[in-house]
Design a binder for this molecule. Structure first.
Ligand code: 4AD
Ligand code: MG
Length: 477
């Protein structure tokens, strides 16, 4: 008898055939109805057991979480809630799940509780739906770039350079931490370390991606990145996945056009391919929001919100215009912002970004031309001498989802900026070489993958959209 996935069986193409399916028990009602799920879809297949034909000891093992192999005839269902069901002829228990100790029982568990059980939480509908959407989004991302002339570039994970200059890196070392070799000044001598220099886990593959863009034209990275910032928020992970396209001959406008088209395209893909999961997640979100005060509930349901983003233009606003809006905004005047906006040059906090997106423009916003002082060294300086060709994309409910820029391609200007920030030219000699040999206008951006998954699934905490989150004080599993 041929094995099918639950998804295949529910497609109704195999009616009246003898079929086999493997999966885990979601529920077992009245000693008769098994709801079986194998992860292929959010929907279960109902398997009807004639309890008189089976041993009682076998039936006792059919508990929530048990793994089963079931064979029988696929027939039209008499009951409500499903179109087809299996009349069970043969049943084998691969492995049982003791109801006294199996934590994932058929009732509502809090997301906090499930985080402690990250190895089993994927067996809940919510996490299975989120992770299927995450998988679909990854595919859509590769498809988008592959179809648009980009090459997939694998950035190194261990690096000797600090791309963002923020210094929030995890050290990589094999030195004996109790007795490290010291130099003449008494500092740890990294010349004796594995790589002969100080190395870290990368915060961004951008600098290396630039070298490839300056030969292959258009490249993208999609890999893990690491930040040792001690921010315990619902938007930050210490290990997260980032997508970083980098394009030769693209200026900032072309960069913004690409970013907007790219995000819309992958969201459309999810709308077209993940309807069952999205409908489940939409309902979950509605239930969750019922417990919140009216003012905190979102105006759109999940699917409507995704369609809105896929079909409408993002608002493009310069940093200077945004500061004016914020300065004159009600919450600023009423001192409701934790960080009041007084003058040009202030760094924007997530409360400001969310005000612009959720209250003022009510759509995704691309902010561009930020003050040079609050952005990384590699961004191209504008003619005004004080702003750089940076752009951030801000999303409702998320805040910053993309950070990007046109890169400084002029050797002299780049050297000046590095000197002003105390960045050693010798450390980035290869990066400077790009400005010596065949330099050209080029641009790119970084999309935080988990923030995109948060948006697409309507989940509220970034710890719930990555299988095993790494956050301060937490690296279990
Ligand atoms: O704005 P960021 O720091 O930009 C860069 O790293 C550039 N090198 C990208 C580029 O131009 N190639 O990070 C990019 C995005 C942010 O907008 C955010 O979505 C995400 O990465 N991000 C994080 N996501 C989860 N946890 C964190 N700690 C994150 N830090 C950044
Ligand atoms: Mg940023």
């Amino acid at each position: 008898m041929k094995s099918y996935s639950v998804k295949e069986l529910l497609s109704e193409n195999f009616l009246l055939q003898e079929v086999t399916v493997n999966g885990w028990v979601k529920t077992f009602r009245s000693n008769r109805f098994i709801a079986l799920n194998d992860g292929s879809t959010i929907n279960n297949i109902q398997c009807v057991v004639d309890f008189e034909s089976f041993d009682e000891s076998l039936l006792k093992q059919i508990n929530t979480g048990a793994a089963l192999k079931i064979s029988g005839t696929l027939v039209e269902s008499q009951g409500r809630g499903q179109s087809v069901e299996i009349q069970v002829k043969d049943l084998k228990v691969h492995g049982g799940a003791d109801p006294e100790t199996y934590p994932i029982q058929p009732k509502k568990h809090s997301l906090e509780f499930l985080r402690e059980k990250a190895h089993l939480r994927i067996r809940t509908n919510t996490f299975a739906a989120v992770m299927r959407v995450r998988s679909a989004l990854s595919f859509a991302i590769h498809q988008y770039f592959q179809q648009n002339g980009f090459y997939y570039f694998h950035a190194p994970i261990i690096t000797g350079s600090d791309a963002e200059g923020a210094g929030e890196m995890f050290k990589v070392s094999t030195l004996d931490d109790k007795n490290p070799p010291l130099d003449e000044d008494g500092n740890v001598n990294y010349k004796e370390d594995f790589f002969g220099k100080e190395t870290n886990l990368t915060v961004s593959g951008q600098l290396e991606a630039e070298t490839y863009a300056m030969a292959l034209g258009k490249v993208y990275t999609f890999g893990p990145t690491f930040r040792a910032e001690n921010s315990n928020t619902s938007r930050h992970l210490a290990e997260f996945w980032m997508i970083e396209p980098e394009m030769a001959f693209f200026d900032l406008d072309a960069n913004m056009d690409l970013a907007e088209d790219f995000i819309k395209s992958v969201i459309k893909y999810v709308l077209d391919n993940c309807q069952d999961d999205l409908q489940f997640l939409e309902k979950r979100l509605l239930d969750e929001e019922k417990t919140k005060p009216q003012a905190e509930r979102s105006e759109m349901a999940l699917i409507e919100k995704l369609k809105f983003v896929a079909e409408n233009n993002f608002m493009r606003v310069s940093y200077t215009e945004a500061i004016d809006i914020l300065r004159n905004s009600k919450p600023n005047k009423k001192k409701k912002f934790q960080y009041p906006i007084n003058e040009w040059g202030a760094d924007l906090q997530s409360e400001h970004e969310r005000f612009l997106v959720e209250k003022h423009f009510k759509c995704p916003v691309i902010l561009f031309d930020y003050p040079a002082k609050i952005k990384a060294f590699y961004m191209r300086l504008n003619e005004d001498g004080k702003t750089v060709r940076a752009m951030d994309i801000l999303f409702p409910g998320i805040g910053e989802i993309v950070g990007g820029s046109q890169r400084e391609e002029r050797l002299d200007v780049l050297k000046e900026k590095m000197a002003a920030l105390g960045i050693d030219e010798e450390e980035l000699w290869w990066y400077l070489d790009l400005r010596k040999f065949g330099s050209a206008v080029h641009s790119g951006f970084g999309l935080g993958f988990e923030r995109l998954v948060l948006f697409a699934t309507g989940m509220g905490n970034i710890r719930d959209v990555i299988p095993f989150p790494r956050t301060p004080q937490n690296a279990e599993f």
